[in-house]
Ligand binder design. Structure first.
Ligand code: AFP
Length: 311
């Protein structure tokens, strides 16, 4: 058998074995495993929607919307019986919902299908998960136990951290998540930047920051999908993603609880940083489920540069 993911003569480390080896506590590693399995079902739903589009009919707004809801249903129903989750909050729900008996160890937050408006373009989209020990209405530094995201692209990949480094897995043909790389470490300084929002809406300090990156020769990499855009900074081991404060929306567009905290948790575990331009994302208290925040996330050099321009 040739080299590569399908070569099982090598030492294959699957997700469960990796978490056991990394000392992740048993309930958390079972929960992470169950969520990773849900990724397969969500991926199947995306392909089902795309099959509709292939030669049958395009999926429009309502259909895409149902994809978001479908992904949320799959996640919620699976977590309902996990035995480890007492509350579930997602971008598709109006409020936090109680699932399980109420005595379970964790609270799960989800952006079940981030970037769903990109499904009809066949660009990569993703699922973002935060796992909390205590009430989510606090800072991520206090409440978060783990975070993961799944990228539905040419391959299905999953990155997780349970506070013991950031690790990437690829879903292989046999339906196993096998280790692709562990303890991912960002370089101090990268070479790509991913700037969200419209240039005409940026505040002057942010515009000057971006112009400085362009002057220094950073390459622009922006797909409009938060998960693949962040994943690119992590897997290329450096660079910066930003969705800034805009003149009309000073808190930017991305959700602190569902999108920014999980990615900040993972990026910090990979030696990177994440701020709103002044404060670390993980020290910002969540007051409301739909609270948004500007974000500068990636290598420490670029994040610090942003803070200097914005201060
Ligand atoms: P959708 O989920 O509506 O596709 O939005 C995706 C997203 O929330 C996030 O994934 C992107 O980083 C961001 O929006 C892109 O926003 P712009 O379209 O304003 O660049």
């Amino acid at each position: 058998m040739g080299e590569g993911i399908g070569d099982y003569t090598k030492n294959i480390v699957d997700l469960r074995r990796h978490m056991w080896g990394a000392g992740v506590e048993v309930e958390l590693r079972r929960l992470i495993w169950q969520i990773a399995v849900v990724g397969k079902y969500i991926s199947a739903k995306i392909h089902e929607a795309n099959r509709k589009q292939a030669g049958f009919k395009n999926i429009y707004g309502e259909e895409q919307l149902s994809l978001d809801r479908g992904a949320d249903d799959i996640l919620k129903n699976q977590l309902q019986f996990s035995g480890f989750v007492r509350q579930y909050a997602s971008e598709e729900q109006d409020d936090i919902i109680k699932i399980g008996s109420g005595s379970e160890k964790y609270i799960v937050t989800a952006d079940p299908l981030d970037g769903s408006s990109l499904v009809d373009t066949n660009l990569a989209i993703g699922t973002i998960i935060g796992i909390h020990k205590e009430s989510v209405f606090d800072t991520g530094k206090k409440t978060m136990a783990a975070a993961l995201y799944i990228t539905y692209g040419p391959l299905i990949t999953m990155v997780y951290s349970a506070g013991c480094g950031a690790h990437e897995f690829v879903l292989n043909r046999e339906g196993e998540y096998v280790l692709a790389q562990e303890n991912i470490r960002l370089k101090e300084k990268g070479s790509i930047f991913s700037p969200g929002g419209l240039r005409r809406d940026w505040v002057p300090q942010h515009l000057k920051f971006i112009e400085n990156l362009e002057k220094e020769g950073y390459k622009l990499r922006y797909s409009g999908g938060f998960v693949p855009d962040i994943n690119q900074v992590l897997i290329k081991k450096g660079g910066l993603f930003t969705y800034p404060a805009l003149q009309k929306s000073p808190n930017g567009k991305l959700r602190l609880l569902f999108e920014l905290q999980p990615m900040a948790f993972i990026m910090e575990q990979a030696g990177g940083r994440a701020t709103d331009g002044r404060k670390d994302i993980m020290t910002i208290k969540v007051e409301k489920l739909d609270q948004c925040s500007p974000i500068y996330i990636g290598s420490s050099t670029e994040v610090q540069m942003a803070e200097q321009f914005l201060s």
